[in-house]
Design a protein around this ligand. Structure first.
Ligand code: NAP
Ligand code: MG
Length: 488
């Protein structure tokens, strides 16, 4: 057809015209400073690093790198605000600020969704329908608790902790910032937050929103940088509480660093979730849940259902349905509204995923991938599944954090519970069955913080989230999410 623009990449049965989300309304500056004490400041080192679009490898902006002096300035500003304006304010007034942030997020939701997809590579459908609405919902939800803390904890005397140091990963940049900042503010604390190096932009946009909401200076400080900036926050002596979301490896480093100090901590770490399909499950619904659980968002989800257990009697049928569904997925431009699978977040993460694909094949597992053309620029991985997998395979044990599913079979309930729990992680799990009694049996025996039944990856601010074992400690979300920010 004349003048028809070819989609970035397309696979599947239908030849769809491109439907890219407009970027006209987006403003991204060439360079961003550090948000300290209510203002954007140049980093004291003068160093900046690029934030790129992982779908095109184009530079989006230059981001300031905070060193120990900047960390110290941010912590001092947070302490001053904690002792000053923020603690003198009534809880009700404090709540109004948090509501204001929530409303501004809603107002700017289109811009935030596009920036999230540009900077992180996730499909616009995900950032528009999941990340940004949940971000706003968190601020709305926690704003409501601000003046009700003594009802939330009757006969106790909840008091704020002080200055919270918060370090977050790159898979849900804006949403993770909300999970951290909203409960901290609702409980009367002040904050120093660091986003991940590859996805700083929406956290910076949130800093602009916080400035627009006229929050007293220093209540929220957002400083950018790499791991060393995170370590600077963790090790700062005037931080009262660390809230970390990221890998189990870095979580362990942080726990060692704060051992013997008075710092409180919550750790939201890695996962290797089991998704279990019983023979009596609604199979099409289950297959859709599996696809959503591991492939959407490129498997960059801590609670991704990366291990699938299928009851032997329906294994062949489920496998065929899964493969058919994989072949209909659309990989390509994250800004296209039809895109299912966006870009891998960074070159490093793509190398990690590719390393696991090689290991899986070398271990004797059989690999199946979406047959599609991969764009020449950017970082991409076709949705992949492995069969012939056993419990001892590396791909069944380690967190890959990519669109890679390892499938195993089972015969009995006891067998699948043993297999599902046979992991150092325990963040989440999924169960697909028609029988309520089976669901209750399994959920009580699975060592996982969240167990979804006949659905997957559903989040709500009222519902606590967190892990067992090496998936961390403490809970975020709901009433439980207030506790780590309070002393009693
Ligand atoms: P990561 O490498 O552990 O990094 C997480 C954050 O910590 C980033 O901001 C990182 O900075 C910073 N950091 C790195 N080294 C540090 C140090 N020594 N001290 C303090 N901070 C340090 O994890 P990631 O690769 O960004 O994220 C993926 C991981 O997060 C996965 O394991 C996933 O399961 C987990 N995750 C868990 C949850 C949950 O709720 N349980 C949710 C989402 C993700 P830079 O990136 O800038 O270097
Ligand atoms: Mg980026």
């Amino acid at each position: 057809m004349k003048n028809k623009i070819k989609p970035l990449a397309f696979s599947g049965k239908w030849d769809l015209d491109p439907a890219p989300e407009s970027t006209d309304h987006i403003s991204i500056k060439d360079q961003y400073g550090l948000f300290i004490n209510g203002k954007f400041k140049n980093p004291s080192s003068g160093n900046y690093f690029p934030s790129i679009n992982p779908a095109t490898e184009e530079k989006l902006s230059m981001i300031a790198e905070a060193n120990d002096k900047d960390v110290n300035d941010a912590v001092s500003a947070a302490r001053k605000a904690y002792n000053g304006a923020w603690s003198k304010m009534t809880a009700k007034e404090r709540g109004k600020y948090i509501y204001r942030i929530a409303r501004l997020i809603q107002e700017k939701s289109r811009e935030l969704a596009v920036v999230e997809s540009l900077d992180g590579g996730k499909p616009i459908r995900e950032s528009r329908d999941v990340d940004v609405p949940i971000t706003a919902a968190h601020f709305f939800y926690y704003a409501g608790w601000t003046d009700k803390l003594k009802y939330a904890f009757p006969n106790r005397n909840p008091e704020s902790v002080g200055v919270a140091g918060q370090v977050i990963p790159w898979n849900f940049p804006l949403m993770m910032a909300a999970w951290k900042i909203a409960p901290a503010l609702a409980t009367g604390n002040t904050v120093v937050l660091k986003p991940a190096e590859t996805t700083s932009l929406t956290a910076i946009k949130l800093a602009e929103i916080i400035q627009e909401a006229d929050l007293p200076a220093g209540v929220v400080n957002i400083i950018t940088g790499a791991g060393a900036t995170g370590a600077g926050i963790v090790n700062h002596p005037d931080i009262d509480k660390i809230a970390f979301t990221g890998s189990t490896g870095v979580g362990k480093i942080i726990m060692k660093a704060i051992a013997g100090t008075n710092k409180k901590s919550t750790m939201e770490l890695g996962g290797k979730a089991a998704n279990i399909i019983f023979e009596d499950a609604p199979l099409d619904q289950a297959v859709e849940g599996v696809i959503n659980g591991i492939y959407f968002n490129q498997g960059h989800v801590c609670c991704a259902g990366s291990r699938l257990f299928v009851q032997e009697s329906v294994y062949e049928l489920v496998l065929r349905k899964l493969k058919d569904r994989i072949q209909s997925l659309i990989l390509g431009n994250p800004l296209d509204k039809n895109t299912d699978i966006g870009a891998i977040n960074s070159k490093e993460q793509l190398a990690t995923i590719n390393k696991y694909l090689k290991i899986g094949q070398k271990e004797g597992a059989e690999m199946f991938q979406l047959d599609c053309s991969i764009p020449k620029k950017g970082f991409w991985c076709a949705p992949t599944l492995f069969t012939n997998v056993s419990q001892s395979h590396v791909i069944a044990k380690e967190e890959i954090f990519g669109p890679v599913l390892a499938i195993q079979t089972f015969r009995t309930i006891d067998e699948v519970i043993t297999k599902a729990n046979n992991t150092p992680f325990g963040l989440s799990a999924g169960v697909w069955t028609d029988k309520g009694s089976k669901i209750f049996n399994l959920t009580s025996q699975m060592r996982a913080g969240v167990v979804w039944a006949n659905t997957y990856n559903k989040f709500d601010p009222t519902s606590p989230f967190g892990g067992y074992k090496e998936s961390g400690h403490g809970r975020e979300g709901g009433l439980h999410g207030l506790t780590p920010y309070l002393n009693f």
